[in-house]
Design a protein around this ligand. Structure first.
Ligand code: PLP
Length: 419
């Protein structure tokens, strides 16, 4: 037995059960992935043991030689991956990266522009329940909400322009948690420049697509870029701050430590280095393209079955089903429960022109990053769409959900976890 199984069978049993769950379910949460064994080995290493407050060469503790080595490696790889000049690899999470940037760029009460959580933004983009909404002054732009428009559900750049003209925000944010379309960073930069805003892209969801060349880069358009490392980048849970501006880089470093964090999670930073190393390999470009190709076929297969998708499709890794036209009674909450019963893991999500509360919602958000890691290609996506359709039309019938569950297990056996 492993050290863990001997020392703590209770925890070992829970971890084993979770491994089994991951093996035999279809992981379709758009923000999740399966990190490699190498990433998990680094994260599970002795690097968890030491304090390394500060930055490479400037630590507040002795004994940091190897911590300097591994953090420098992570920084260099991050810079190469995104083609930029400065990287801070210490944020414990995407939310921490964003908080540090806000501390660096904004004073309490300062105005910044972003999109609301219910329109695809993130809590850290100014939600009233988050520090970004409590201590700063967020103003919001919108999606195109005219259902007759060809661009229904796309970013409404007229509102971006208008909110910047009216409120003169110090910072303009782009980058989202539930937006299925390509982000036009150059267009955002034009507007930012017209109104004297610092342009900030939070590419938490699409960072792996950017790194793999399957989505345009926010550089050179954005002054600052934040991301998580555990979504399409396929690394350990964590955050990352990137910029080309040396003065801003210094501010972000202070914003992380000592501004908002203490000792960095050096075992996680080692795992980030491993993941960035993987992301720099030619195979990762193939992966990123496959994620997008898979999402495109999944979207088409769902639309062929009559489902309405937010923005009418997808350009990236993410598909957002608006359940209302096909089943006005079905909420996102209920659909997610049925899908989980059938072994398809997704999440409820608000949709454009949402009519329900965020606790119920009218949408289901699906993503292809984790399935693609398991080796599913576009030829299997119609089959996945079929499983989803059987669940969403089941009315929650137990026998139907059980039958889909059995088919999901068979599909998972055909595509075993690669590591
Ligand atoms: N920013 C965006 C756009 C996100 O989608 C997320 C997470 O879903 C975050 C930030 C926050 O990342 P974390 O959960 O690591 O704090």
């Amino acid at each position: 037995p492993s050290a863990l199984a001997s020392a703590d069978p209770a925890v070992a049993k829970i971890i084993a059960a979770e491994k089994e769950r991951q093996e035999y379910t279809l992981e379709m949460i758009a923000s999740e992935n399966h990190a490699s064994s190498a990433v998990m080995e680094a994260q599970g290493s002795c690097l968890t043991n030491k304090y390394a407050e500060g930055y490479p060469g400037k630590r507040y503790y002795s004994g940091c030689k190897f911590y300097d080595d591994v953090e420098t490696l992570a920084i260099e790889r991050a810079k190469e991956l995104f083609g930029c000049d400065f990287a801070n690899v210490q944020p414990h999470s995407g939310a921490n990266a964003n908080l540090a940037v806000q501390l660096a760029l904004l004073e309490p009460g300062d105005t910044f522009a972003a999109i609301d959580l219910s329109k695809g933004g993130h809590l850290t983009h100014g939600s009233p329940v988050n520090i970004s909404g409590k201590w700063l002054n967020p103003v919001t732009y919108d999606l195109i909400l005219d259902e007759n428009s060809d661009e229904y559900g796309y970013i409404d750049f007229d509102t971006v322009e208008a909110v910047c003209a009216e409120h003169k925000p110090k910072v303009l944010m782009c980058g989202y948690s539930a937006y299925p379309r390509t982000i036009d960073f150059a267009k955002f930069r034009e507007i930012a420049d017209r109104h004297g805003c610092i342009l900030w892209a939070d590419i938490a969801h699409i960072a792996g697509l950017v790194a793999g060349g399957a989505h345009p880069s926010p550089f050179p358009h954005c002054h600052v870029v934040t991301t998580t490392t555990h979504k399409t980048l396929r690394g350990p849970r964590g955050g990352l701050i990137l910029t080309n501006d040396e003065d801003l880089a210094k501010k972000f470093n202070s914003g992380i430590f000592p501004g908002t964090q203490g000792g960095p999670l050096m075992h996680v930073i080692a795992a980030k280095a491993v993941a960035f190393g993987e992301d720099l390999q030619p195979e990762f470009k193939v992966y990123a393209k496959q994620v997008v190709d898979n999402a495109a076929v999944l979207a088409k297969s769902l639309m062929d079955k009559g489902y309405a998708l937010a923005s009418g499709g997808t350009d990236n890794h993410l598909v957002l089903i608006d359940l209302r036209p096909t089943d006005p009674e079905l909420t996102g909450k209920e659909a997610a429960v049925w899908l989980e019963t059938a072994g398809i893991i997704s999440n409820m999500n608000t949709v454009p022109n949402e009519t329900r509360s965020p606790f119920k919602t009218s949408g289901i958000r699906l993503g292809t990053p984790a399935l693609t890691t398991r080796g599913l290609k576009e030829d299997v996506m119609p089959e996945v769409a079929d499983l989803i359709d059987r669940v969403l039309t089941s009315k929650g019938d137990e026998a139907t959900l059980d039958a889909v569950r059995a088919d999901v297990v068979e599909l998972c056996k055909r595509y075993p976890m690669p590591h």
